[in-house]
Design a protein around this ligand. Sequence first.
Ligand code: NOJ
Length: 556
Amino acid sequence: MSEIKKHWYKEMSVYQIWPRSFCDGNGDGIGDLDGIMSKLDYIKSIGVDVIWFSPLYPSPNADYGYDISDYRNISPDYGNTEQFKVLIDEAHKRGLKIIMDLVVNHTSDEHEWFKQGRADKNSKYHNYYFWREGKGKNPPNNWKSVFEGGAWEYDKDLNEYYLHVFAKKQPDLNMDNPEVRQEVKDIMKYWLDMGVDGFREDVITYISKREGLPNGIPLPVGAGIEHYTNGPHVYEYLKEFKDEVLSKYDCFTVGEAPMMTPKVAKEYITEGDSQVLNLMFHSQHMEADSFLTDWIHVPFSLKKMKKAFSTWQKEMYGTAWNALYIENHDHPRAIDRFGSLKYHKQSAKMLATMYICQSGTPFIYQGQEIGMTNATFNDVNEFKDVLTFNNQRLFKKLGVSDKKFLSMANRCSREQSRTPMQWNSSENGGFTTGTPWFKVNDNYKDINVESQENDPDSVLNFYRKLLKFRKENEIVIYGDYKEHYKSSSDLFVYERNLDGKRMLVICSFTEKPVRFTAPEGFDLEKGRLVLQNYDVIYNSNVFMTKPFEMRVYMFD
Ligand code: NOJ
């Protein structure tokens, strides 16, 4: 056995639910807790161990739940706290843990704290946020929001501006205020005491802003970001949360960290006393077909993707732990980006294998397990999200026509991952008996859970097999990682090693046949083919790959 420390969070895999689009239990067109409850056995059957809920709290939905108006409640759209307690219980009975989204960089402007701080400058809640006077007729600095124009919103009555690095309905919390940190700790305790098993911490590396809020590099979007990404006190505040709350529970945390590098991540997640988070989500591999944002699309580069994955594999191994994902609610679907619609099934299986067989904790986003794909929207007004509309405004300024923008949104919008879950071939894909709040992908008759349940060769059954395989083979969890074929633009090949056992993962990212030769030291004729997405008649050491082929060999 290697020196890697074993832990349950390393062995688990996680299923992410974006509640609004998962399953509607009461026919109002919006996903809810009753719907989720009815699918717990299904979730368990995939082979995951944890459910991460994107925000379930009350919210005016300016950013679909990431603008919270009450941290100690469940949105009436989804149900109530009593139902949630039953859900936790039922999940636990099935051996499933629950993690909540903790969104504390900002609240909703409809949160009581913000309302009171806005109504009265002398209220203690005024200092829960960043209220500042302008500079002459201008805002306090040149920061730009990630979502909506300037990062400052003027309040006439107060003659002050408040800071919002996301939408203007998402004012930033002033984490330098110890009372705010106390609130965060109390919120954590509240949910942990209720029985949840941890948190996914939203943009957690943004919670400390540079003192004096200085001007940033004047970018059109996100100016000032260098003053609030990994700001001066992030580590200190996370340490406080850990020491005073998290360390008292057997719980788990994963921090979302835009623009994270392995070097900085290690400051937070290196194992030992100084560790303040278990894992971190970075997005470097998600930039393999984009530049800075999904909205600036560039041709997919497998080399770029491999470099990101392999660097993190190498850097974390033995000292920290990776969070592995290829989809979530902030990106379009992976098959459209990195696979092929023509070879839908093959590429879905290949992509799953490519990331789940690496070292780390895998996250699977709802619908990914059946290979859901991007929908075709016929009108920009069918979209719903603040980010899509912000981009519409920005690209219009740059002269992009409405028609062109629609095709960009169809490819790049994060809303592509938010279309309702496709359960069966009945109306609305079985998501609701009412009118769905958001467009259901037209392909629900072909891609849905029910039809895949009955097909042993389906993407869904492949995910089950793959997760079972991971669970039953320590090498997939704890083995080390070495990449082969580094310079190939078509093949992603790596080996894992543990206690004399070896595993070889071969993934083709092209429909073209590519000549594969087993790396030195591997004799495929002597290996066991344990996972594949095509029939293999003979395990030859040299073969031509089939479209989006994948194979996993084990050498005992
Ligand atoms: C990251 C979340 O994943 C995203 O959906 C949200 O819009 C922003 N943080 C703001 O909370």
